[in-house]
Design a binder for this molecule. Structure first.
Ligand SMILES: *Cc1c(COP(=O)(O)O)cnc(C)c1O
Length: 444
């Protein structure tokens, strides 16, 4: 699908053509290809603060922030300086280093974890956490929720089978049935379904894994007490509660989603996964948790896990510098900018007569173009209008705002989103809302 644009896109289009000849779909992660919204994906040449510049020279306010990591904005001078110093000392040794210790200490000071192990991606973190949960409990079954994304781990690329509490089916070709037949997929925010699955599989469930607040089906906050209920239900049944904070960690708040509800409600996960912000824009991720569980991990315990570039000194330096600069003021600034933008988005959509739901958790939010009253789970999220979002997205892009090229994503801001960046977004919103209204009319 091509789309009319008044901005130059020839350089992006030419690169996309070359990319498609050497890379499946021309991209290294599917959502970047613009398949859900149509048009030419923009190839980015550089970024600074809140702004992206593409290879045609167009500038955009970035509302993706690399899908979360760039909490301080792009090319933050202090992060750049620390990284440059680290690079000058060599880039990888395959031996332990000081920044790993400091980053682990920083994470343990903010999140409910006693021990931390570094890996290189969020996928590796959840995969390893699940292996550890199975190794610790001696059980096999894993419970997850529909619409929660935990990376491309075979056993978690699963769809609900027919009916509740039956075993899942592969969510993609290439995943064997044997990888998902020990996975159960439940609707999010559904306590009865959770109780039923534990009743039906006594002594078999190793862990329940959930996004601490789902952000990968758009932002769907846990209903009050839901995470606490999950933690208590797992504990009562001898299973581990794995809270995936790869997206929310050090992003939803200084203390992640746990800082918003866990610290108040008094629940603690047994294991937590991290990624995105903690890597400061480099490939770094982690999992951590209770000391007695983490001590089952090699070399202290028998559960094997390893990585050539795990705890890489450049990545851990970037992550450590980012977290140290992520002060209360940073979260207050991002929270205020997020509030301004989500209020303006809702106002613009209301004025244009487009049904919508805006949901948030901490500094994260998303806009659903749907007529349901609230989005509680994946079925609700799936009512979003794809054509309306595509029209909305392209109008924003034309006006210099780079939104996620998919209706099922959170919008991310940074400490660098200043008045100029925010007002660029506010100016574009009414036009985008009217474009969405037209798309809805013509799709009827
Ligand atoms: C991004 C994400 C992952 C996967 O992380 P990658 O680094 O892309 O492998 C896992 N869980 C959640 C909640 C995520 O948002």
């Amino acid at each position: 699908m091509t789309r009319p644009t008044t901005r130059p896109t020839a350089a992006s289009a030419a690169l996309f053509e070359r990319a498609r000849a050497v890379t499946p779909g021309g991209v290294n992660s599917p959502v970047r290809a613009f398949n859900a919204v149509g048009g030419t994906p923009r190839f980015i040449r550089s970024a600074a603060g809140a702004w992206l510049t593409d290879v045609d020279g167009n500038e955009y306010v970035d509302l993706i922030c690399s899908w979360g990591p760039m909490l301080l904005g792009h090319a933050h001078p202090e992060v750049q300086a620390r990284v440059a110093e680290a690079v000058a000392r060599g880039t990888s040794y395959g031996a332990p280093t000081e920044p790993e210790v400091e980053l682990a200490e920083e994470i343990a000071a903010r999140a409910p974890v006693e021990r931390v192990r570094f890996v290189s991606s969020g996928t590796e973190a959840t995969m390893s956490a699940i292996r550890l949960a199975r190794g610790f409990t001696g059980r096999d079954v894993v419970v997850k929720f529909a619409g929660c994304y935990h990376g491309h781990v075979d056993s978690l690329l699963a769809s609900a089978g027919s009916g509740l509490a039956t075993f899942a089916v592969p969510g993609t070709p290439g995943v064997p049935t044997s990888s998902t037949e020990l996975t159960v997929v439940l609707p999010y925010n559904d306590r009865a379904a959770v109780e039923k699955v534990f009743a039906e599989h006594p002594g078999r469930i190793a862990c329940l894994i959930t996004e601490a607040a789902p952000g990968n089906m758009g932002v769907v906050p846990p209903e009050p007490g839901f995470n606490e209920f999950l933690a208590a239900t797992c504990r009562a049944n001898g299973a581990l509660f794995v809270s995936d904070e790869v997206m929310t960690g050090f992003r939803a708040s200084r203390f992640g989603q746990w800082g918003l509800d866990g610290a108040l409600e008094g629940w603690r996960p047994d294991l937590v996964t991290f990624g995105k912000v903690m890597g400061g824009g480099f490939p770094a991720a982690a999992f951590g948790g209770r000391a007695d569980v983490m001590s089952r991990l090699a070399p202290e315990g028998p559960v094997y896990q390893a990585g050539t570039l795990s705890g890489n000194p450049i990545a851990t330096t970037a992550g450590l510098t980012t977290l140290r600069l992520a002060t209360d003021e940073v979260y207050a600034h991002i929270g205020a900018a997020a509030e301004t933008i989500r209020t303006a988005a809702a106002d613009a959509l209301t004025a244009a007569g487009v049904a919508h739901v805006v949901q948030s958790t901490g500094t994260m939010f998303s806009v659903f173009l749907t007529d349901v009253a609230a989005v509680r789970d994946f079925d609700d999220a799936s009512t979003t209008s794809a054509p309306a979002y595509a029209a909305f997205f392209h109008e924003m892009l034309e006006r210099g705002v780079y939104l996620p090229p998919s209706a099922y994503e959170a919008w991310f801001l940074s400490a660098a989103h200043d008045d100029r960046a925010v007002s660029t977004v506010l100016d574009a919103l009414p036009h985008a809302a009217r474009a969405a209204a037209s798309a809805l009319e013509s799709s009827q």
